[in-house]
Design a binder for this molecule. Structure first.
Ligand SMILES: O=P(O)(O)OC[C@H]1O[C@](O)(CO)[C@@H](O)[C@@H]1O
Length: 250
């Protein structure tokens, strides 16, 4: 089942997505969340952490798992996804180290690290997975051509992805060339998935996801196989979507 909500703009998208996560956390304080980095979730993370704090939602039973991490960056580098998450949620929500999980991009044996991470996902299970989407349809760092049955693995980042992510680094040459990412199969293991997308540059990927056929050329289309996916996107990213049942325009 796929539900699509189209919002007027990025602010509304952030409010909707934050509300959804807030409700789920409130209903099940021991929920296991799968979380994403990138620009798109920044708005929802800000609303979520503020509301959770104001309302005093307990966070001691929460567990959060991250999709990916760069290889070769120190965990404490200001550019690591660990630092991003620490600033956006781990610290503001007062999470203890045992409550958050992120691939270790500094591991000596990367293959072993991938295996460890996948085993942990299997052991705990993710209830609700948040996903952004790349312009080329990537989810996590699973670039076009990644097998749908892939588990956590090391990827060589595409030049186009490094270019887009250069804004976080100041210069493209500083963006790491590899990352560890949950695979497509690992992502599909989540009980429920929420995809957020904003801006015209995401419109083609959303079109392929909603109206296109399943193909490894558009990694996001793997989600067509999942039984519980919600898409929250703004009008700009939804410009190629056709009106149909299950699509609500706010
Ligand atoms: O939200 P953004 O910055 O557009 O990124 C989209 C996707 O691209 C990535 O940043 C990887 O390049 C993902 O982590 C993210 O979900």
């Amino acid at each position: 089942m796929m539900n699509i909500t189209i919002t007027k703009n990025y602010s509304e998208l952030s409010v909707k997505a934050a509300e959804l996560f807030y409700k789920k956390i409130k209903a099940k304080p021991s929920i296991h969340l799968g979380l994403a980095t990138g620009k798109t979730p920044l708005g929802m993370y800000e609303i979520l952490r503020k509301k959770m704090k104001t309302d005093g939602l307990p966070t001691d039973k929460l567990k959060v798992f991250n999709l990916d991490e760069y290889v070769g960056l120190s965990k404490n580098s200001s550019k690591s996804f660990y630092t991003y998450m620490k600033k956006q949620l781990y610290e503001p929500l007062g999470l203890k180290e045992r409550q958050y999980y992120i691939p270790n991009g500094e591991a000596k044996d990367l293959e072993k690290e991938c295996l460890r991470y996948e085993q942990m996902i299997d052991q705990f299970g993710i209830d609700l997975q948040l996903l952004g989407v790349g312009r080329n349809g990537h989810i996590g760092f699973n670039e076009p051509g990644t097998p749908f049955d892939s588990l956590t693995h090391v990827v060589k980042l595409k030049e186009s992805t490094r270019k887009v992510n250069a804004s976080f680094f100041g210069d493209e040459s500083l963006v790491p060339t590899r990352a560890i990412t949950m695979g497509i199969q690992s992502i599909l293991k989540a009980k429920e998935i929420v995809v957020i997308a904003s801006g015209e540059e995401k419109a083609r990927a959303l079109y392929e996801f909603v109206h296109g056929k399943m193909t490894e050329e558009w990694p996001i289309t793997a989600l067509k196989n999942h039984s519980n996916v919600t898409v929250i996107c703004d009008q700009k990213s939804a410009r190629f979507l056709k009106r149909k049942e299950g699509v609500s325009h706010d």
